[in-house]
Design a protein around this ligand. Structure first.
Ligand SMILES: Nc1ncnc2c1ncn2[C@@H]1O[C@H](COP(=O)(O)OP(=O)(O)OP(=O)(O)O)[C@@H](O)[C@H]1O
Ligand SMILES: [Mg+2]
Length: 259
């Protein structure tokens, strides 16, 4: 089913283009998502929706040609699926975060807040000058962000490549974890899956679950992030780091840690 593009007004050229594309993507988008994607065209964030690049647990990520309002050639469009019951488990990453004083028991509400939360978290990461995609725009369950990749090729996940300089990459990741913490944010799902390698630099992605350091479990999430990432480098590259030492470095009690 294609989108309905207004009853009275003649549809714009962009809407015509989108309509054609949505015929290709038939059945993928619900009506609300379609209207929100249309906004990406009208706000000149994207000029063409290209293809699906990844199907995550809760969201589908599409590649799009960049519109006039953003730099670069491409944009990643993350569309959170509305009918995803797993979102109820995500409430744990919202209750206790001062940004969410009230939690509603509605799937629509949770999905939209989650998308807004990822946008806000990415804004903090951008401020902190962390290697992470710049967020451009969100509307409901649709998030547009900087595309990490070359041409139309998505940068590979850390888990799928063999690094030439693993120590250097680990240092960059831990330094970014520290910068995030200095800006009161804990990623809370850091792993070799949520890091994309682009031109030798690790980019942290997937910030939906990231919490403010006031969250009651923030320090536990931070330790878990440090454990997961250092453990990955230990298993794959035999780089040994002490989790406690790295933790002290991240929270600012140690100026360094040994590799
Ligand atoms: N900004 C981006 N640039 C390029 N590719 C991206 C970007 N964001 C996401 N992707 C691609 O989409 C995949 C899923 O993205 P992300 O981890 O943010 O979504 P998710 O639904 O939480 O996925 P999962 O449930 O698998 O963790 C990534 O592994 C990556 O391949
Ligand atoms: Mg992910």
């Amino acid at each position: 089913m294609a989108t309905r593009v207004g009853k009275k007004k003649r549809p714009s050229r962009e809407k015509h283009m989108l309509k054609e594309q949505l015929v290709i993507e038939e059945g993928v988008f619900d009506r609300r998502s379609i209207m929100r994607i249309e906004k990406l065209f009208t706000h000149k964030i994207i000029s063409r929706l290209l293809f699906l690049i990844a199907k995550g647990k809760e969201a589908d990520v599409y590649l799009a040609d960049a519109g006039e309002e953003v730099h670069g050639d491409h944009v990643a469009v993350k569309i959170f699926r509305i009918e995803t019951s797993s979102f109820y488990s995500r409430v744990d990453y919202m209750i206790g975060d001062p940004r969410f004083p009230k939690i509603k028991r509605s799937t629509f509400w949770i999905v939209n807040e989650w998308c807004k939360k990822e946008y806000g978290n990415l804004k903090i990461a951008s401020h902190a000058k962390v290697h992470a995609p710049e967020p451009y725009y969100f509307n409901g369950n649709v998030l547009a962000l900087e595309f990490i990749g070359n041409g139309e090729n998505v940068a590979p996940q850390l888990k799928n490549i063999v690094l030439d300089e693993p120590e250097k990459v680990l240092k960059t990741i831990l330094s970014d974890v520290k910068k995030l913490y200095q800006h009161e944010l804990v990623h809370a799902d850091l792993s070799e899956y949520n890091i994309l390698m682009h031109d030798g630099t690790p980019y942290i992605i997937d910030f939906g679950q990231a919490v403010i350091d006031k969250h009651p479990n923030a320090m536990m999430f931070l330790k878990r992030d440090i454990y997961n990432i250092t453990n990955y480098f230990r298993r794959k590259y035999q780089i040994r780091t002490d989790v406690e030492e790295v933790y002290q470095y991240v929270i600012g009690k140690n100026s360094t840690y040994s590799l």
